[in-house]
Structures are given as C-alpha cells and as structure tokens.
Design a protein around this ligand. Structure first.
Ligand code: ADP
Length: 594
C-alpha cells in the first residue's frame, strides 16, 4: 500500500513545484530505489501544508507516472507513523496493524497483488514509508516503497540498502525544497519590486490598487484576490476603493474587516483553511464566519493580509487558492506583510493627494466666488459714484456756491475720487483673482515698459525727486502680459515715489540672469518694518507706520501686483529696512530660446 490514492481528485500540476532539474533528480532516486532494493514501486512525495503530493513515481503494476501530482491529506498518513515498527529511516506497518481508516478513497493506493504462500509474504496492505526531514527537523516529504519483486517483506540486506537510498532521497528532496524556496523568494522580491514601482506613480487609489493586482496574483499563485481599502471620514471623507464587492453577506464581510484590523495590530497574516482554529485574536464566532466566507468564495485556503500605515488599519488583501495542497509558505507570509506595508504607504500617499486635490478644487471654487462678488459689488458702485461726481462737477461750476459750500464740494470731490480708485482696484483684483481667467501674453522688451512707467511718474512726481533707469543697451525679452507688466511697474514706481522723502532717489534697474529677468525698483524712503513686510501682499494691508499712513492709498496695489506677476509665472520679492529704503524685485522667467 502506498500513500498515493487512485485518481479520485485532479492531480496537482507539479511543473509549478521546484525546477525541472530537481524533479528529474528525484525521479532518478525513485527509480534507483525501486531497482536496487528490489521493489516495483517507489514514490517520493513532498509536504505542502495539510497534504503531501507525489513528485516522483517509479512503478509498474498499475502505479504509473499519471499518479504524479496526486495529493494525500497528511491526516491520513500521520496516524500510521504511530503504529509502525521502527526500521531506522523506514517505518513499517504490517497490514494486520493498520488503522481503521485505510480506504482507497481516503488516500491510499492498494496494489492489485495476491500474497505468496509464505510466512514473510508481502501483503497488498503492508505499508513501508520513510519520512524525509529538513535540516531543521521539519517533515518535508515521504519515500514510500511497495510491491517487492521477491513477494516477501525485505530481509536485512534489503533493509540496509533501503537506509542508504532513503538518505539519498532525503538529500535530494532537501536540495529541491531549498531551490523551490529560493525561487519563491526571488518571485516575491520581484512582486515587491513591482509594487514599490507603482508607489512612485502619483495615481489615484483605485488605479494603484488595480496596478498591484496582477503582480500579486501572479507572485502568490493565487486564484482569487480581493484588495480593499476602507472608507474614511477623518480627516476627510473618502470612499472605499479596490476590488468590486464580493457579494458576501454583510456580517461575513464585516468579520473579514474586523479580523484584518486585528491582524494589523498584531502585524500578522492569517491563514484560513477548512478548519481554522481560532487563534489568539480570532474568537469562535468570527472564526466560523471567516471559514464560511472563504468557503462561499470557493477557496480551499485563504490568506488575510492587513493593509495599514502607522497605527491605522486601512484595508486588507484576501488571497485565495482552490488547491488545498498549495499551502501558504512562511516565506510567502513574511513577504506579503512587507509588500502590504508598501501598498499601505502608496494608498496613504494617494489618499493625501486626493485630499489635497479636493482642497485645491474647493479653494479654486471659493476664489472664483470671491472674485464674482468683488466684481459685482464694484460694478454696482460704479454707477452711483459716476452720478455723484457728475453732480459735484455741476455744482462746482455754479457761481452761486462760495465759501464753505466750495470747501465742502472740494472734500466731496476728493472722497469721490478716492472711492473711484478703490472701486477700480477692486475690479482689477476681481479679475486677477479669478482662477478661470486667462491672460493673453506676448514676447516683449521690458525696457520701454519701464521707461513709460518712470516717465508717467516723472511727470506726476515732485521736481526734487531723482528718478533713474539703468537697463542694458539691448532688448530684454520676457513673455508676459504687457498690460500686467505696465500696471505692476507703475504701482511699484509710484509707491517708491510716494514713500520717499523730499530730495529722495528712486532707481529702476533691469538685469538678466541665465534663466530670468529681474526688474528692481529701489528707493531710499521710509522703509518697511520686518513685521509689516509679512503682510505687504495681503488685500487692504496698509502699514502701521504713521508716515506711510499719511499717504493716500487703498492697500490693494501690491496684492494686485503680486497676483499679476504670479499669473505670468514670476514672483515679487521685497528687501527693506525701516528708515533706510526698500527694493521691490520683479523676477520673470526668460522665454525659451527655441
Ligand atoms: P497703497 O500704497 O495703496 O497703500 P500697496 O498695496 O501698494 O497699497 O502698499 C501696501 C503698503 O505697503 C503701503 O500702505 C505701504 O505701507 C507699504 N509700502 C509699499 N511700497 C512701499 C515703499 N516703497 N516704501 C515703503 N512702504 C511701502
């Protein structure tokens, strides 16, 4: 009798086990054992989880190579070890001592022979097996021999030979198992590498999980893989992601989640088999649900892997295999935990990105709304303002109004003009802050724009002010909106003039860097305190310095200027010392030369 059952279930495809060289070596050992020891049948099986399956079969008398890959549950073989005579490496169970479960259907192959008429005759139900062990002492396989050519139980000479061949079979199987483990580690390392590669892609969670799916299924030789991340409410609401719903009843799906969370806390993988005994953190009820879930999914063995990052469990992977003989190896269990940590990082990464994108969209929406309101209010103010200044003008030309009447009209006129400037600035602000607005740009020389802004100020400024321009002889090109650049330079030069004392000096210089153009407006005026510099580009900010407040202004000029330069892909920098003066620098990228 041998441990390979007749064809009562589909054989395992052993070509997926170890390499062809190892399988050939084992086949050679099996045939040498049979031939040299004088048996018709020799089978070498390898242990895989709860079963063992034959990887090399040498046989006549009906045991054929078709028996390769046939699995026998360990629960059928192991009890016979107890009943056996100890023959050294071999264990012999005479047929009269066999257990009650010996049954071809349970995993035994019984040769079709009639015992000879002798006291030491071999009986078809005699069992002769040599357990094969790894260096560590764990059982890795079995050498089983059957049907002696002599028709008799082996004599001492044969038993001596059998010892040697069992040792050889053990050495060969150890090597094969080691090679298999090595190949497995390489496969897992490859899967980890591929998963980590996806980690650098800044995709959304769904596509990251989708990308991981195939390499994982392939590397873990799984028939089923559910990848799931759980919905979050904090810090932002994010929906579940991953494989489509399994269709499992809600309480079973919940049992999987609860267990995955515990698995993350324990940093463990949970293998679910036909009879998962509830472990340290799975209670009896959850245990029953997990088994039910995995049975409903049609799996023989499953592996639940937690996904998480830092202290939070964020999802799970549920692998399934249909073949009961394909147990999850310790390398696989350790490897997948590492990979799952990487996936956890990727998911957190993508989720953060999704949250940021949402936030940006929300901010854009708010900015658009703000600019709409600004624009509406300024338009609404424009008409009544125009009416007021019209009437003021009319009254001013009335010769009947004199004295205090004239003075009041003058004050009204100044206030109306101030309001007019404020409304104009608000309108421009609403336009530059509109995220939907596009700005037409062109290739232009900055020097005439600078000259125009300075000339305008020269005409308006006090005579004692020294206004200088320093620019290269050749054109200095930038790609930007001429309207924006003109408005920004006018604002900066007018501020420099406004906040300079009598006899002050303002210089506008144009310089070219390797990849940028810099326009600096410098004054030796009242300067700006470090605290005030923090807020210069905030709407309606006006200095706390009384000398600055003495000048008229809306506090919108610099805000508008910085938004304009930003939308032309540049920036404004400021350098200032209180009571010594300020320099505002506009930095714009140089246009590409080709
Ligand atoms: P406004 O000049 O209309 O008040 P801005 O936005 O142009 O508005 O300027 C904001 C504030 O920055 C000013 O009120 C002033 O206090 C300060 N500031 C701007 N430019 C200068 C400068 N060249 N020197 C000193 N202070 C300045």
């Amino acid at each position: 009798m041998s441990n390979a059952p007749p064809r009562n279930r589909a054989p395992i495809d052993v070509s997926t086990w170890s390499d062809a060289g190892s399988r050939e070596a084992l086949a050679l050992v099996a045939s040498s054992v049979a031939e040299m020891v004088g048996f018709e049948i020799a089978i070498i099986s390898v242990v895989r989880g709860e079963s063992m399956f034959s990887v090399a079969v040498e046989g006549r008398s009906g045991a054929t190579s078709a028996m390769i890959g046939v699995a026998t549950p360990m629960s059928v073989v192991a009890p016979e070890f107890e009943r056996a005579d100890d023959w050294g490496r071999f264990l012999f169970v005479p047929h009269e001592r066999l257990g009650p479960d010996v049954d071809p259907a349970a995993g035994w192959w019984i040769p079709d022979i009639v015992p000879i008429d002798a006291e030491d005759a071999w009986h078809p139900l005699d069992l002769l097996i040599a357990p094969l062990y790894a260096d560590s002492g764990s059982l890795i396989g079995l050498l089983s021999i059957d049907v002696p050519t002599s028709g008799r139980r082996p004599d001492l000479h044969q038993r001596h030979l059998m010892e040697r061949y069992a040792a050889q079979a053990e050495r060969t199987l150890r090597l094969a198992v080691e090679r298999e483990e090595l190949a497995e580690r390489i496969r897992l390392a490859e899967a980890a590498r591929r998963v980590v590669r996806f980690a650098t892609s800044l995709d959304d969670v769904e596509s990251v999980l989708d990308d991981c799916r195939y390499p994982l299924l392939e590397a873990f030789r799984a028939d089923y893989l559910e990848i799931r991340t759980y919905a979050t409410t904090e810090p932002a609401e994010l929906p579940e992601a991953g494989s489509p719903p399994t269709g499992l009843p809600a309480e079973l799906a919940e049992a999987i989640r609860t267990t995955a969370r515990r698995c993350w806390d324990e940093q463990e993988v949970l293998v679910i088999g036909a009879d998962l005994a509830h472990g340290r953190f799975v209670d009896a009820e959850t245990n029953a649900r997990l088994i039910e879930a995995h049975t409903l999914l049609g799996m023989s063995t499953s592996m639940l892997v937690p996904l998480g990052a830092a202290h939070a469990s964020i999802g799970h992977l549920l692998f399934g295999r249909k073949d009961p003989a394909m147990a999850w190896s310790s390398d696989e269990r350790a490897g997948i935990l590492d990979i799952a940590r990487d996936i956890g990082q990727v998911v957190v990464h993508s989720r953060t990105l999704a949250r940021e994108q949402r936030l940006v969209a929300e901010l854009r929406r708010l900015a658009a709304y703000k600019s709409q309101v600004l624009s509406m209010v300024s338009h609404e103010l424009k008409n009544p303002l125009a009416a007021i200044s019209g009437y003021v003008e009319m009254l001013e030309s009335d010769p009947g109004i004199t004295g205090t009447g004239q003075l009041s009209l003058g004050a009204l006129d100044r206030a109306t003009r101030r309001m007019g400037r404020l409304v104009d600035d608000l309108l421009v602000l609403s336009e530059v802050e509109d995220p939907e607005a596009t700005v037409p740009t062109s290739l232009l020389d900055v020097r005439p724009v600078v000259e125009d802004a300075v000339e305008l100020m020269r005409a308006a400024a006090r005579r004692d002010l020294d206004l200088q321009v320093r620019a290269p002889e050749h054109p200095v090109l930038v790609c930007c909106s001429p309207f924006d650049l003109d408005r920004v330079l006018t604002n900066l030069v007018s501020n420099a003039v406004k906040y300079s004392p009598r006899g002050g000096q303002v210089t506008v210089s144009v310089d070219e860097g390797p990849d940028h153009v810099e326009i600096a407006v410098s004054d030796a005026g009242i300067g700006i305190s470090p605290e005030d510099q923090q807020h210069l580009f905030t709407e309606f900010f006006r200095s706390t310095n009384p000398r600055a407040l003495a000048q008229p202004g809306t506090g919108l000029g610099l805000t508008i200027s910085s938004r304009m330069i930003e939308r032309n892909r540049g920036r404004i920098e400021v350098e200032s010392r209180l009571h010594h003066g300020s320099t505002f620098r506009v930095v714009l990228p140089r246009p590409a030369t080709d």
